[in-house]
Every structure is written in C-alpha cells, then in structure tokens.
Design a protein around this ligand. Sequence first.
Ligand SMILES: C[S@@+](CC[C@H](N)C(=O)[O-])C[C@H]1O[C@@H](n2cnc3c(N)ncnc32)[C@H](O)[C@@H]1O
Length: 196
Amino acid sequence: MTTTASTASTSPWEPLWVQGRRYRQLDDAERRLLDEHIGPGRARPALDIGSGDGAMTRHLHHELGYRTTGVDCSPSAIALAAAQDTGPSPGPVWKCLDITTDDLTALPEPAYAVITCRLVYRWMDDKAAFLSRVRQLRAPGGVLWAVTEITGRRTTTDPALLGLGITPAEAETLTGGWSVVRTADLDVLRCYALRP
Ligand SMILES: C[S@@+](CC[C@H](N)C(=O)[O-])C[C@H]1O[C@@H](n2cnc3c(N)ncnc32)[C@H](O)[C@@H]1O
C-alpha cells in the first residue's frame, strides 16, 4: 500500500467523510457488469477517480488484476481506503488529489487503460472540463467506466434525493465524442463504458 499526503484538504467532501457519511455500496451485480465490460487487467494501469472508501479501486486491483491508483480529494477518504487494504500482496496506490485542479503529472502513470468514476460525474461543476482531463489520462484505446444516477428514476419527492441524478443534457455531455458507448442499467444507476 502506498499513500500520498494531501494537497486537497479544503474539499467540501472532507467533512462528510469525517462525519461518517457513506455512499451506495458496490454490490455483486455492479461488479459483474464492470468485469464484463472492462475485462481482466493483466497488470495494466487503472485509475479510480473519487475513490471514496476504495471498494472499486480494490476490486480493480485485487480481483481484476489492474495496477490501480485510487485518487480522492478527501484526505479522510484516502486514509479510510488505505486502512482497509491490509492483505499481504501489494495494494493500490492511494493519492489525495483534486482531479479538476491538481497537476495530473503528480499521478504515478501518464496514461491509464481503464479510468473509473463511480458516483462522481454528477458532482463535477464543469463536466466538459472534467471529461477533457479524463481524456488526457486515457491510454490509446482505453475505456472510461462511469457510474451515475439518472434523473427521473426515483419515486420519492425528496428534492435532495431527486438531485442525485444527472440530466439528459449531462448524459449527452458524458457520452459525446466517444465512438463506442455501451450502457447497462441497475435500478436508479446507469453504467457507461466509453471507448474512443
Ligand atoms: C459520492 S462519493 C463516491 C465515492 C466512491 N466512488 C463510491 O462509489 O463509493 C464521491 C467521491 O468523489 C470525491 N470527489 C469529489 N470531487 C472530487 C474531485 N474534484 N477530485 C477527486 N475526488 C473528488 C469525493 O471526495 C467522494 O469521495
């Protein structure tokens, strides 16, 4: 396990992680979809953006065999993720980094065969700029796996919950400019496998 100290400790996500807020768990159905769409890692580099408690990062690294880096702007999330990675084999690299503003050359690899962002795209203020930075980090032929809630799928009237989804326009921004767009639905979530 390798962790790198924070440059992003002023993130609004930090107090949420400190207070014990947690997000939807990665379950078997979602893992299966990911595995089918991205395939085995064979030690290729993968980047999990907004890695949170690190469940996705660990799955990519330990189960699928990618050489994985998890980045999050919350130092507490990175510490939580790293603390759970206690096995004997070398674990992912954990790095506290704001994907929208920090220097991307601080990442351990210049390019990644797989980039994942689970429950993160919704929170990017400038989604086009975020996607442009993601593209800079994608290896030739690499895939972006994005998981996000879609607006209009909840039956609740709670505005906080209704606001968790992305709009059709935001979905179009996500999928525009890729040659191959595959999607799979899991109740309120949509998973996107995006290839150049
Ligand atoms: C809803 S949580 C999802 C966490 C994790 N991906 C999961 O599926 O459980 C969103 C995560 O994105 C991180 N995040 C938000 N904006 C970020 C940014 N600009 N750079 C890096 N991480 C960010 C937050 O700290 C938080 O851990």
